[in-house]
Ligand binder design. Structure first.
Ligand code: FMN
Length: 183
């Protein structure tokens, strides 16, 4: 066992013990709506109130969020596994996920899931690609809703799901002209 694999195993063990709460991040540009299940997220400022999410470069949601002014973060409750499965195992590259789960239009046209009472709509203030397989997206809260306290759906309840896109996947072709260069 090498030092680096020991470190990676310890890393995974710590993350599993943290058992973080799961969210659905949504974004839209015009009529193109996007959303995916996200485990990488955290509050990142107190005043102003900011929340940061990390989106996989493989995801349809990432490609839409790059062009969107706002994104929304929906905090799933422990009995909302079906929403997690839908947004975490299917991809917007194949069709509009919001046909199955109704949404309303929030600030900047961002989809707000009708069935998730605790959510935040955020205006994107920064985006950082630090070279990993996920990109850091920072938002400042513009609207939020919470009906009552809730028990979060946690990573251990969804870790067995097969993600709609593997983190190493990349959209192909990367540009439209890349297609004609091949022909
Ligand atoms: C347990 C679990 C955690 C995930 N965490 C993230 C995450 O933090 N960020 C992310 O962009 N995708 C994450 N995903 C992957 C996406 O939810 C998944 O690939 C989704 O199908 C992508 O949909 P899209 O292509 O419509 O954006 C996670 C998936 C699972 C099952």
């Amino acid at each position: 066992v090498t030092d680096s694999s020991t470190a990676e195993q310890a890393f995974d063990s710590i993350v599993a013990s943290l058992d973080g709460p799961m969210v659905v991040v949504t974004a839209a540009v015009g009529s193109e709506r996007a959303g995916c299940l996200v485990g990488f997220h955290a509050q990142s400022s107190i005043d102003p109130k900011r929340l940061t999410v990390w989106l996989s470069k493989a995801n349809h949601t990432y490609r839409v969020a790059l062009r969107a002014t706002h994104f929304a973060v929906h905090f799933l409750a422990t009995d909302q596994f079906a929403i997690a499965r839908h947004f975490g195992t299917t991809t917007g590259d194949d069709g509009d996920k919001f046909v199955a789960w109704p949404s309303n239009s929030g600030p900047g046209g961002v989809p707000i899931l009708a069935d998730v009472p605790q959510w935040m709509a955020l205006r994107r203030v920064a985006l950082l690609d630090e070279g990993g397989d996920h990109v850091c997206v920072v938002g400042e809260v513009t609207a939020a809703h919470s009906e009552h306290g809730f028990t979060p759906l946690r990573l251990s309840q969804v870790a067995h799901l097969q993600a709609g896109h593997d983190a190493q996947e990349r959209h192909s072709p990367p540009t439209e002209r890349a297609t004609s260069d091949l022909s």
